[in-house]
Write a protein that binds this ligand. Structure first.
Ligand code: MV4
Length: 444
């Protein structure tokens, strides 16, 4: 097992990783920017190294600074968390060259899943259901026109270097295609330095259901059931839950098998997530594979009663997995609390927390790095806490969440707590009657 792990991240996920390392008897190194000098991850880690100024590009994304911090502290592994360098194949490669274990998949696995056409092509060949569409990149306008007619409108254009909703265009009829194709290309080129675009049938009002997976270094893989992440706003998830209210035991079996096929196709090593779109007939289609631990991993932890960070570290250290799958025994819901004003287009609201009362009690887990007097810096993601509530049934988990939200007092900044309180009250949400379009017409 590793003696010392450097955590190349900040905020709640850095704390989350430090906590598991402490339980496992592994020493920790925090890295921080000058804006995070007074952060809890700096205080909770055994050692801390300042890696630069506030801008991410000069600190949490600066590979040279992070490798130096690793060298001077003698850490033998790096946990990247999520975001920042978590899905950067170059960083995983540099770790390998330095003899530092990157806690995550291989550089090749990261790069194959990072390129969306390569990912889809790999999955289709492995027999994972994929959305009908172009065979790889669209060469030109004529090909796009021909294909759109063949597939049938509406279609969607996606950037191969994109993902998470960036660089997408829905096209409802032929007269919109030319303009959409050109703007999709230009936008993709500007945003990713790669103007490759592909086409798919547009699935209307789908659910976003993802399967948590784990694979070891010996080619064995398993699934850990699903999370429903359909409640999103502009491709930002706001709440997630497990199990999905739309799931059936039969669908879980089929989606779980498909997700394991996806892992086997690339000999996946580490914990990961296979994202699917699910239509109203319960047809499901591969969308993307995330090769990192995700923000919403906690709902899975609560329903299967496993520490996924511990599993991730054990797999990286060379432990074998049993190969059996995991099924939900409870129901868990997570609300992401962001320093944003939900009454003002979710505009960021950084600043000092002047009063803080944190909920607790039965069935309530809070993963957060905030404290009374903490100043939320404006430079990073606005998520400041996650409330995860777990109960025997979905409706009880919602009731626990309502109680926890009503106890949470955060003053000095605006937060998304009022949004979540309204969501938990919503009749359609309570009935599990929602898809990815739900928030487009949600008023509160
Ligand atoms: C789609 C789709 C419908 N049809 N692809 C959004 C994020 C990126 N991963 C892919 N996305 C979508 N791809 C086809 N062929 C609808 C979406 C989509 C979406 C997906 C998941 C969660 C929220 C969403 C919101 C809008 C669009």
């Amino acid at each position: 097992m590793f003696k010392k792990i450097l955590i190349a991240n900040r905020g709640e996920i850095a704390l989350r990783i430090i906590r598991t390392c402490r339980e496992m008897g592994i020493k920790t190194v925090a890295v921080y920017s000058t804006a995070d000098r007074d952060s809890l991850h700096v205080k909770f880690a055994d050692e801390a190294v300042c890696i630069g100024p506030p801008a991410s590009s000069e600190s949490y994304l600066n590979m040279a600074k992070i490798m130096s911090a690793c060298e001077i502290t003698n850490a033998n592994a790096i946990h990247p968390g999520y975001g920042f360098l978590a899905e950067n194949e170059k960083f995983a490669e540099i770790c390998r060259e330095y003899g530092i274990k990157f806690i995550g998949p291989t550089p090749q696995q990261i790069s194959m899943m990072g390129d969306k056409i390569t990912a889809k092509d790999t999955m289709r060949k492995a027999g994972v259901p994929c959305i009908p569409g172009s065979d790889g990149l669209l060469e030109d306008m004529n090909e796009a026109k021909r294909l759109a007619i063949e597939i049938g409108y509406p279609v969607i254009l996606k950037a191969t270097a994109g993902g998470g909703g960036k660089g997408m265009r829905v096209v409802w009829e032929e007269k919109e295609l030319e303009k959409a194709f050109n703007t999709a290309r230009t936008e993709a080129g500007a945003a990713f330095g790669n103007d490759g675009v592909y086409m798919e049938k547009f699935i209307e009002e789908p659910r976003h259901i993802e399967i948590q997976v784990a694979g070891d270094q010996y080619g064995k893989a398993c699934h850990l059931s699903e999370r429903d992440c359909s409640i999103q706003r502009r491709h930002q998830k706001l709440t997630e839950e497990s199990p999905s209210p739309f799931m059936t035991p039969e669908l879980r079996e089929r989606m779980g098998e498909a997700a394991i096929k996806a892992c086997n196709a690339i000999n996946y090593e580490g914990v990961g997530t296979v994202e699917f779109l699910v239509d109203k007939y319960r047809n499901f289609y591969f969308m993307e594979m995330n090769t990192r631990i995700q923000v919403e991993h906690c709902v899975t932890e609560e329903v299967i009663n496993y520490d996924l960070i511990k599993e991730q570290i054990k797999i990286a250290a060379g432990d074998a997995i049993s190969g059996k799958n995991y099924y939900p025994a409870m129901h868990a819901i997570e609300c992401r609390i962001n320093a944003e004003d939900p009454y003002n287009d979710f505009r960021p609201s950084p600043g000092k927390i002047t009063t803080l009362h944190t909920p607790g009690g039965h069935g309530v887990r809070i993963d957060s790095h905030i404290y009374d007097g903490y100043v939320i810096p404006p430079y990073y993601d606005s998520m400041i806490a996650k409330i995860i509530c777990v109960a025997q049934t979905r409706i009880e988990a919602i009731e626990t969440m309502e109680r926890a939200l009503s106890e949470y007092v955060i003053e000095g900044i605006k937060t998304t707590i009022p949004f979540h309180r309204a969501l938990m009250k919503d009749k359609n949400f309570r009935e599990g009657n929602f898809n990815t379009g739900f928030l487009n017409n949600f008023k509160f």
